[in-house]
Ligand binder design. Structure first.
Ligand code: IPE
Ligand code: IPE
Ligand code: MG
Length: 246
């Protein structure tokens, strides 16, 4: 292996896309696609934990997904609620620490309680840090951070000049984990769809046509191999990174 290759990713962020098309291809209702996607998520969380990936962030429901037909939104909420109930003890057994990012006040009280309970049950676990983005939007995240900082300025606890990139970084979601090293989007679309806009500044981007329910451990390994072949330069020259000079 060449020394140019990146070390394994610490943080992987995934847009789990293609459930609807997977179901359509099989003549099934979209619900079946979401259920199959849920099973994939179970496997992927375990596979990431086994590979010693420290953080996994999954896009489960975007702030724009409320525009879907009411029936589909209801179904997703239901799946989410039932999934949380059924999975928490297993996540806990696997030493996974789960939390949710996004504006959760839009969810039913039941769901909000279930989210808080999953977070507190698993909060002292030291394994995989799983973040599930629900009612999340990258723009919302940035605006929310700006609002929090503005409040501090208004209260006289912060000067405008104290608002640095570092300070902003510690105010947006996921401040306590490193930025994603690898982004994966299944389902063929090559777009970010308002995911982690702040955090993806230097993330390696991997797009695959595989529909999310078909994304398995070996597909994950394909993404990890892609990542292993990237040279992360962060603005420097290739020679600076390798230490070799032409
Ligand atoms: C992703 O699959 C799941 C969510 C957005 C909740 P989609 O439901 O977007 O599947 P496609 O893109 O229609 O195939
Ligand atoms: C992105 O998928 C959001 C999630 C996977 C939760 P979408 O299917 O909503 O994205 P667009 O609408 O195709 O950009
Ligand atoms: Mg989609």
């Amino acid at each position: 292996m060449s020394i140019d290759t990146a070390s394994p990713p610490e943080h992987v962020a995934i847009i789990m896309d293609g459930n609807g098309r997977w179901a359509k291809n099989r003549g099934l209702p979209r619900a079946a696609g979401h259920q199959a996607g849920f099973r994939t998520t179970r496997d992927i969380v375990e596979a990431c934990a086994r590979r010693n990936i420290s953080a996994l962030t999954l896009f489960a429901f975007s702030s724009e997904n409320w525009s879907r037909p009411e029936q589909e939104v209801g179904l997703l909420m239901d799946l989410f609620l039932r999934g949380l109930k059924s999975e928490v003890s297993k996540l806990n057994d696997n030493n996974v620490r789960i939390r949710f990012i996004g504006e959760r006040s839009a969810f039913s009280e039941k769901l909000q309680n279930e989210m808080s309970s999953a977070e507190s049950i698993t909060q002292s676990n030291s394994g995989l840090r799983l973040a599930v983005a629900v009612n999340y939007g990258g723009r919302w995240d940035i605006v929310d951070a700006a609002k929090k900082l503005a409040v501090l300025v208004k209260q006289g606890e912060l000067q405008p000049d104290d608002i640095t990139v570092e300070r902003f970084k510690s105010t947006v979601s996921l401040a306590d984990v490193s930025e994603p090293d690898l982004f994966i989007r299944t389902g063929g679309e090559k777009r970010i769809s308002n995911y982690l806009l702040w955090h993806l500044a230097y993330t390696e981007l991997y797009f695959t046509d595989v529909l999310y329910p078909d994304f398995n451990e070996s597909e994950l390994d394909n993404a990890l191999s892609f990542y292993a072949g990237r040279q992360r330069r962060f603005g420097r020259t290739g020679e600076q990174v390798t230490g070799k000079h032409a």
